[in-house]
Design a protein around this ligand. Structure first.
Ligand code: C2E
Ligand code: CA
Ligand code: CA
Length: 635
């Protein structure tokens, strides 16, 4: 260490010079070397020569030079002292007998030592005792510390050691051995740095909102759990997704959403055993590594508990918040041992649980993998379907039962996939809803359908299906009004069809949106009536213009008294609320006659026409066809 070497020189040269000045023995030749380069032997040797050459001028010159030399040395010594006193590390030098040669100010500060404790010559043992007395010793006895010191002192290798002090500070000590058995040590207080590193570490591995481990830490734990025990003790991974979190966030605001996530993390934590780990993977997604219990029973039990406790309403800011959760489970090693693969499979199981109606759990099954891959492929393609002009609307006539004339058309989406062929809306609409693509697709449908309808006679209406997901989008009213403006279509020619599910969740907000839509002048119809909850309260919650009886009731209406009774009841109910009644799925003349008899107003179905491309609509509207919509080709 160059610093220590130069210091030893200064100390050595300093004492030699003091001795010589007293003896007044000094040669000019020796002085020419200057303090840094002069070896003590040379100076001592020179004193003999000087004794015989004492002469006035020569002596005066010599003392002047000596003064200058001492001055120079003191200045240099001060500079040096100031420099090392101001470095941020504590610095100390010990000789081979473990006596302090020198230490800087920072060293004393770090160990709260007074000047008398660090006089040169003090032994390491005395200093260490003092350090321990002042509470700035490491978490060991002075003897243990000295033992460690002694061990590294005999080594000729430099070493670095970290010490956690009893007072909470952490010091890094660098030990540099010297050839004479002494050493130079630098002591650095790295408490703050360590704290910062620990904080960064914590932030990188934990979720700020709930304090739970995050995805990164979860994965690390999964990797290590799999490495240590999955062969002998199977483990389970559970992925949890809250069922209605987005709705809570959107309607009650983010602070309530945040509070909810914290409460959820608490409830989940209460379901766990000591060794299990729960993490927040992001958003409203949580995951658990369950290492305790016999599988699959333990995982099933935990999933049931989770679903149960998360279904209990949360009380937040005076709101009763109901969310519920779905859980996907995967077992290791039964379903695999690769962490990413397991997570993917747990996700698929979660998806299956959601598809099964939410508020439930599902174990991974290998078939899910194939389904998921198909879905992923479909999703990728669907993303580009609009730009590639693969989407198209077909139009199915809606016919007035009395006159059997076309009163309007329902726009039904078709996807012409270049490889898969025609993909039915029943398959890709749910996918579009799950991925949020429904917003852009739905907007395209509205614009396209209104633009088409604007070329039809003014008496012909257009019906467009709206997904419940579209209703949640705060932009829907603007989208509908934009489409009306662009097309120039009169709003009173438009029917927007919604299903009962829209009224199920967040009733009041959706009803408000429906009122705003109605405010634009369009009509709202209730589609697929009978398959959902068919509750009178839903019918009452909004002034629907039309009620469309689902085709499953029409199918059996001929000759089935029960079906007849249901259709009659629906018709009566609708009429009492001033609604028009449309019968869907009319495939035969008998059905047509029957629903007309039962008091329905309109009909739709293959008997009249399957949905057809826009180009064929004009023909359908020709006066001579108006009354002959009979044997239309089946779709
Ligand atoms: P939906 O609104 O109930 O549409 C009627 C469905 O019944 C259509 O199926 C139609 O082709 C079919 N259909 C019509 N007449 C008959 C018949 O006599 N017999 C039988 N068996 N079926 C008949 P499609 O076109 O496959 O549409 C299925 C569903 O996809 C629609 O049911 C609707 O819920 C949804 N959908 C279609 N287009 C859109 C759209 O643009 N947006 C949204 N959000 N959903 C759409
Ligand atoms: Ca419909
Ligand atoms: Ca329908």
């Amino acid at each position: 260490m160059s610093l220590s070497v130069s210091l030893r020189r200064i100390i050595g040269v300093g004492s030699a010079l003091t001795g010589l000045a007293i003896a007044a023995g000094l040669t000019l030749a020796a002085l020419e070397f200057g303090p840094q380069g002069v070896a003590p032997e040379l100076l001592i040797g020179g004193s003999a020569v000087l004794a015989s050459a004492v002469a006035g001028t020569l002596y005066r010159s010599a003392t002047k030079l000596l003064d200058r030399l001492l001055d120079d040395h003191q200045t240099e010594h001060r500079r040096f002292q100031t420099a090392i006193d101001n470095i941020s590390q504590g610095l100390c030098f010990f000789d081979g007998a473990q006596r302090l040669i020198f230490s800087n100010r920072r060293y004393a500060e770090m160990y709260r030592l007074a000047p008398e404790h660090i006089r040169p010559g003090t032994t390491l043992g005395e200093i260490v005792d003092e350090r321990f007395k002042r509470g700035s010793g490491p978490d060991m006895t002075p003897a243990q510390y000295l033992d460690w010191r002694a061990r590294i002192a005999v080594s000729s290798e430099p070493s670095d050691t970290l010490f956690a002090l009893k007072d909470g500070r952490t010091f890094a000590i660098h030990h540099e051995p010297m050839p004479d058995g002494g050493w130079v040590a630098t002591h650095e207080d790295i408490t703050e740095r360590r704290r910062a590193v620990a904080q960064i570490e914590r932030m990188a591995h934990h979720d700020e909102l709930t304090g739970l481990p995050n995805r990164v830490l979860f994965r690390q734990r999964l990797v290590s759990s799999l490495a240590t025990g999955s062969e002998t003790a199977p483990l389970a991974v559970l992925c949890i997704d809250l069922d209605r979190f987005k709705a809570v966030n959107d309607t009650l605001g983010h602070p309530v959403g945040d509070a909810l996530l914290r409460l959820v993390s608490q409830r989940v934590g209460e379901c766990l055993r000591h060794n299990d780990l729960v993490a927040r993977l992001g958003g409203d997604e949580f995951a658990i590594i369950q290492t305790s219990g016999a599988q699959p029973g333990a995982a099933r039990g935990l999933a049931q508990r989770l679903v149960r406790v998360l279904a209990v309403p949360f009380e937040i800011d005076g709101h009763q918040v109901m969310v519920g959760a779905s859980v996907g489970l995967v077992l290791a090693p039964a379903d695999g041992t690769d962490p990413d693969d397991l997570m993917k499979k747990a996700d698929m199981a979660l998806y299956a649980a959601k598809a099964a109606g939410r508020g439930t759990f599902a174990f991974f099954r290998p078939q899910m993998d194939e389904q998921a891959q198909r879905r992923r492929g479909l999703e990728i393609d669907l993303r580009s379907a609009i730009e590639k002009r693969e989407l198209e609307l077909h139009y199915q006539p809606i016919v007035g039962l009395g006159q059997r004339q076309v009163v309007g058309f329902e726009a039904l989406l078709r996807w012409h996939h270049p490889v898969r062929g025609m993909v039915a809306p029943d398959i890709f609409i749910p996918l579009a809803e799950d991925t949020g693509l429904i917003d852009s697709i739905g907007e395209w449908v509205l614009n396209e359908a209104f633009a088409q309808a604007s070329h039809w006679p003014p008496s012909i209406g257009i019906a467009v299906n709206l997904s419940p997901v579209q209703l949640k989008n705060g932009n829907l009213v603007a989208v509908v009004s934009g489409a009306l403006q662009r097309s120039g279509l009169a709003a009173n020619r438009v029917d927007l069809e919604i299903t009962e599910s829209v009224l199920l969740a967040e009733n009041s907000i959706n009803v408000a949106t429906l009122h705003r839509l109605r405010g634009l002048g369009v009509r709202i119809s209730l589609d697929d009536f009978g398959v959902g909850y068919s509750s009178l309260s839903y019918l009452r919650s909004f002034p629907f213009k039309k009620l469309k009886i689902d085709r499953s009731f029409i199918r059996d209406v001929v000759g089935n008294r029960e079906a007849v009774a249901i259709v009659r009841a629906m018709t009566t109910l609708g009429k009492s609320l001033d609604m028009l009644i449309t019968a869907e799925g009319i495939e035969t003349e008998e059905q047509y006659a029957c629903v007309r008899e039962l008091g329905c107003d309109e009909a739709q179905g293959y008997l009249l026409s399957a949905p057809r491309p826009a180009a064929e609509i004009e023909t359908m509207l020709r006066p001579e066809r108006r009354l002959t919509l009979v044997a239309a080709s089946r779709f």
